[in-house]
Design a protein around this ligand. Structure first.
Ligand SMILES: *Cc1c(COP(=O)(O)O)cnc(C)c1O
Length: 234
């Protein structure tokens, strides 16, 4: 009998594949990041058993606890996707494979300094504030090139791409414009000699729009794990 986690994972994978095909893209170019914040490690084990390997967390303490609790799953890939304060970078530098929300040079510098030498370079994305909302984190689009130049020069980081969280809206045209802006920024950077292969964008409610505009890694929480206990902390 196929269990709930296997079916849920297959359902999301089918949504991604259909969105890719609709956009005339190879489905294999779109990865799935399972956003497990607020959910117990047993759920992560169940999705892992169903074949999922990349998991995303937002909060440093929860991330650190889960990394320790799941240390036996050697090929699990940890993505830290939340905002990072400068005094909280060390455990992320030590345990994450990816950090998605670089929005200031100081955070990138600390991650690079604190990355243990025996580990491969930490994969990072720059978070861009594509919605222009003052409350949102992320670097302004016009400051992205400058930040990328500095981040790319850090020895223990590997600048892989860009990430965004668009404004929460059901207006598909507005979402599309924001995803497309990130896509265009990636193209601009690559024209200048970068080799960014990652666009981290798209969540449970808008993954189809994101894939249509070039997402290579969609970050899915609710549609995999269910509703979070308190949406305000999302
Ligand atoms: C929580 C979160 C997600 C997942 O959002 P869902 O709508 O639950 O799929 C994705 N990205 C970031 C940065 C998040 O904080």
């Amino acid at each position: 009998m196929t269990d709930h986690f296997t079916l849920t994972l297959a359902h999301i994978r089918a949504r991604i594949d259909a969105a890719a095909q609709f956009a005339s893209r190879d489905p294999a170019t779109v990865g799935l990041l399972a956003v497990s914040k607020t959910f117990p490690t047993e759920d992560i084990r169940s999705f892992y058993a169903a074949g999922q390997r990349a998991f995303g967390e937002n909060y440093v303490q929860e991330f650190t606890d889960k990394v320790a609790a799941l240390a036996d799953l050697a090929d699990l890939e940890w993505h830290f996707i939340g905002p990072l304060q400068r005094n909280k970078t060390r455990s992320v530098a030590a345990s994450a494979h990816w950090v998605h929300a670089i929005d200031r040079l100081i955070i990138a510098e600390r991650l690079s300094q604190q990355r243990p030498n025996q580990l491969p370079r930490l994969n990072v994305c720059i978070q861009v504030n594509v919605s222009g909302e003052a409350s949102k984190s992320g670097v302004a689009p016009e400051e992205t090139l400058e930040l990328a130049r500095h981040v790319a020069a850090l020895p223990n980081l590997n600048l892989r791409g860009l990430m965004c969280i668009p404004e929460p809206t059901r207006d598909e045209a507005a979402l599309a414009a924001q995803f497309e802006q990130l896509h265009q920024l990636q193209a601009q950077l690559n024209e200048q000699g970068y080799a960014l292969d990652t666009l981290s964008m798209g969540m449970s409610s808008d993954l189809e729009v994101a894939v249509a505009h070039g997402a290579t890694l969609v970050r899915i929480g609710t549609a995999l794990f269910g509703a979070r206990p308190n949406k305000m902390t999302a």
